[in-house]
Design a protein around this ligand. Structure first.
Ligand code: TYD
Length: 413
């Protein structure tokens, strides 16, 4: 039986998605023959309560110099980060002498840019060379490496200790979380804080958002599992703030044990988690049944659209869509192409399902009857942008939280 990544307790997976390609592994036809597949299984550790993948793909296979996600491709995410940076700067850096801000998984510098613009000392730590280079070109200090206790020691020796440590949508990617939290505890000044956000397990369970489960996301966090883990590293959660980004995320503010008062939001959210049963294995058995039902409903709709010759195009070549297409059995016969604004993905095939990814301009010039909303986490932004498509009778089909059309209207058949 696989063992917990954090406490080594044996874990029985509660969903086996089957063999999956690399979620962000967009490829050209010549690469199909050698396309790597690995099992995707998710489990719940009865001992430490952490929901996690029970099989992992080597980080080098996922985060490399062709890593295809650029934060700056989403205007709303950039706005979200600008707001977050301003808020954290006001909350934690005011009155500090020459504060130092560190961010891991700093991508193209979209967050740190907000600190750099105020002349604040900062460092981005980013393992993917291509996105890090963009950050550097934008004037954001960035080093290309993975973060752990050794890196933390090197940084503190070279640049001093950090007042604010940021991580958005990155912590859940790191299998050696023990090493990361040990590194953060080392790097922070005594009253420094870590602010991180990741997709929230409570949202995943409530919305049956099973497509958040893919190779890059080793962990699915909630306070119930994070609290004991952080305490083992001399850290504690002092505030939580639910976020709407990435389909439902949680922002955790963490300080050294006893250094800051604990905000009411922490016990309040813990109570919600107890009601949701996030610490009980039975919850995940129910979740699996909901996932199977969602898959069956989505395929029934896509099969019927195909039977009627209705053209469906995917909207957003997300990593999440790799889980959906491969787990549900979506083929180019169901979804002809996927529209995406990221140049690096355009002209490639989606992992496993091999659906061609086309530029957004193709969607605009030849709009389909139905757009399958793979980028459902950006739904508000996309619906605002696609008023003309909708006005002309186009429909968005989504599968989170339920399979259905974004407007309560039938597709023109
Ligand atoms: P992302 O939100 O990062 O999801 P994941 O983590 O599952 O990959 O990816 C969103 C993708 O959708 C990205 O490739 C850009 C694309 N996209 C569009 O094509 N059009 C849009 O309007 C938006 C907001 C995103």
């Amino acid at each position: 039986m696989p063992a917990c990544l954090l406490c080594e307790h044996p874990i029985q997976p509660f969903i086996d998605f089957g063999p999956m390609p690399i979620a962000n592994g967009f490829l050209v036809p010549e690469q199909i023959e050698d396309e790597p597949f690995a099992p995707l299984r998710v489990g719940f550790c009865d001992a430490c309560k952490m929901v996690q993948l029970t099989e992992l793909v080597e980080p080098e296979q996922m985060f490399h110099d062709n890593y295809a996600f650029f934060t700056s491709s989403s205007a709303w995410m950039c706005k979200h980060f600008a707001g977050m940076a301003a808020e954290q700067q006001g909350r934690w850096l005011a009155g500090r002498q020459n504060p130092f801000v560190v961010e891991i998984g700093s991508n193209d510098g979209s967050m740190l840019l907000n600190f750099a613009e105020h002349g604040i000392k900062h460092l981005g730590i980013e393992p993917s060379g291509n996105v890090a280079q963009v950050a550097q070109e934008r004037g954001v200090d960035t080093t290309v490496r993975f973060f752990g206790l050794d890196t933390a020691r090197e940084i503190s020796a070279e640049k001093g200790h950090a007042d604010l440590f940021l991580a958005t949508n990155v912590m859940c990617h790191i299998p050696d979380l023990n090493g990361v939290f040990a590194g953060i505890e080392h790097l922070l000044v005594p009253d420094g804080v870590l602010v991180f956000e990741d997709p929230y397990l409570g949202d995943i369970v409530q919305k049956t958002a099973y497509d958040q489960i893919y190779d890059e996301h080793a962990f699915y966090f909630c306070i119930t599992s994070l609290e004991p883990l952080l305490k083992r590293h001399g850290l504690e959660i002092i505030r939580v703030e639910p976020q709407s980004v990435h389909g439902g995320s949680m922002r955790y503010t963490v300080g050294k044990l006893g250094a800051h008062p604990v905000h009411d939001s922490v016990p309040q959210q813990l109570e919600i988690e107890t009601e949701l049963g996030l610490g009980d294995s039975a919850t995940y058995e129910r979740f699996r049944k909901n996932v199977e039902a969602s898959r069956d409903e989505l395929m029934a709709e896509l099969d019927s659209l195909r039977a009627e010759g209705i053209r469906v195009v995917g909207y957003g070549a997300t990593s999440k869509s790799t889980t959906v297409t491969n787990y549900c059995g979506i083929t180019p016969d169901h979804v002809a192409v996927i529209s995406d604004t990221t140049p690096l993905k355009q002209g490639k095939l989606s992992p496993g399902a091999h659906i061609p990814v086309v530029p957004y301009e193709t969607f605009q010039s030849n709009p389909p009857a139905v757009a399958l909303l793979f980028a459902w986490n950006h739904e508000a932004e996309i619906l605002a942008k696609e008023q003309t498509f909708i006005a002309n009778g186009g429909r968005f089909l989504r599968y989170v939280p339920k399979v259905g059309y974004t407007k309560a209207v039938e597709v023109q058949r």
